[in-house]
Design a protein around this ligand. Structure first.
Ligand SMILES: [Zn+2]
Ligand SMILES: [Zn+2]
Length: 347
């Protein structure tokens, strides 16, 4: 089968590999129908994910059809159309039982697919702990509608869930990249009084304005003043930081009102300064990433009800054989790209 492979630092290539075999009774084999490219894939390519193993097939955003299941898989069966979760988790350890599946202590726990074990930019993928890692897609939900359920949409849903948003709140979301927009969609479900999105790219700001006209969009340099002016208590009640740029952590806590919740979804390249003397008396609560991706069934049900739609994020479509070009466009943010869909069916 064709598999997009991490060859060495700086280089991925489409290679021929055998179809994966089940290794454990809890495994399932999934025929990938549609996948995507995530910024984390680029981090692997650039060598900034040390635990990524050269030779592995990359890709951790995909949907497909169950081809084969191990004897201990009960939640799905061959023929089921499924969303694949970016996180592998056992469902039984202390962390899993408390919903903290990102910290699952299983050897395959956490982000393994497309990082430490073969992922889904390929025709087939082996999914460990399939009962936890696969979720059946409702019949009225298309592959494109379900494509982001297991990764960036799970992240947005989790961020909105842990941020304790109430109807009286002004919520500030910093960053309108793909994960920021997924976060926005999940925050909108909670119907806070006002949502402000801070984004420096004019193209992405325009995307938010045109698709979500009830949302205020501001540039970083006007964000603090705007947020103060348009919130009831001198700052945002909830800030969700999804940008991960050099100044956005500082912006996040500066825009928060006293006693606000500041949720950090972003993955930073560098350590960030927490200047406690400057924020003394502000009594902030910080919550940090990464995602506990255990809400996929609920998210799919919301998509089926028409309450979440991430399909506008798919700006480009490629066959698996054209994945090199898909990476070139996604990596260099060409042609207004937000997310690409990579289809294996037309190869
Ligand atoms: Zn990802
Ligand atoms: Zn676990």
């Amino acid at each position: 089968m064709l598999a997009y492979t991490y060859i060495e630092r700086g280089r991925f290539a489409l290679t021929e590999k055998p179809v994966p075999a089940l290794k454990d009774p809890r495994d399932a084999l999934v025929r990938v129908t549609l996948g995507s490219i995530c910024t984390s894939d680029l981090h692997i390519k650039h060598g900034s994910v040390p635990r990524a193993v050269p030779g592995i097939t990359v890709g951790h955003e995909m949907v497909g059809i169950v081809e084969q299941t191990g004897a201990d898989v009960h939640a799905v069966k061959p023929g089921d159309r499924v969303a694949v979760n970016v996180e592998t988790f056992c469902g039984e350890c202390f962390f899993c039982r408390h919903g903290y599946v990102n910290n699952c202590t299983d050897p395959d726990g956490g982000w393994a697919l497309g990082c430490r074990i073969d992922g889904g930019q390929a025709e087939y993928v082996r999914v460990p702990h399939a009962d936890q890692g696969l979720t059946r897609i409702p019949d009225n939900v298309t592959d494109e509608q379900a494509l982001f359920v297991g990764d960036i949409l799970a992240t947005g849903f989790w961020a909105a869930r842990i941020s304790e948003i109430t109807p009286d709140d002004t919520v500030l979301i910093i960053g309108a990249g793909p994960t920021g927009i997924c976060t926005l969609l999940c925050v909108m479900l909670r119907q806070p009084r006002r949502i402000i999105v801070c984004e420096k790219s004019e193209e992405r700001a325009h995307f938010v304005r045109s698709h979500y006209p009830t949302v205020d969009v501001v540039r970083p340099e006007e964000c603090k003043a705007f947020t103060e002016r348009h919130s009831t208590h001198g700052g945002a009640d909830v800030v969700i930081e999804v940008a991960g740029a050099d100044d956005t952590f500082r912006l996040a806590w500066q825009c928060a009102r006293p006693n606000a919740i500041v949720t950090i979804v972003a993955l930073y390249d560098r350590p960030q300064l927490l200047p406690l003397p400057d924020m003394y008396g502000k009594n902030l609560t910080f919550k940090t990433g990464g995602v506990d991706g255990c809400d996929c069934a609920e998210i799919l049900s919301l998509i089926a009800q028409g309450k979440i739609d991430t399909t506008p994020l798919i700006t480009h479509r490629f066959p698996l054989r054209g994945i090199e070009e898909a990476y070139r466009i996604f990596e260099n943010r060409l042609d207004g790209v937000i997310k690409v869909a990579v289809s294996t069916q037309t190869t």
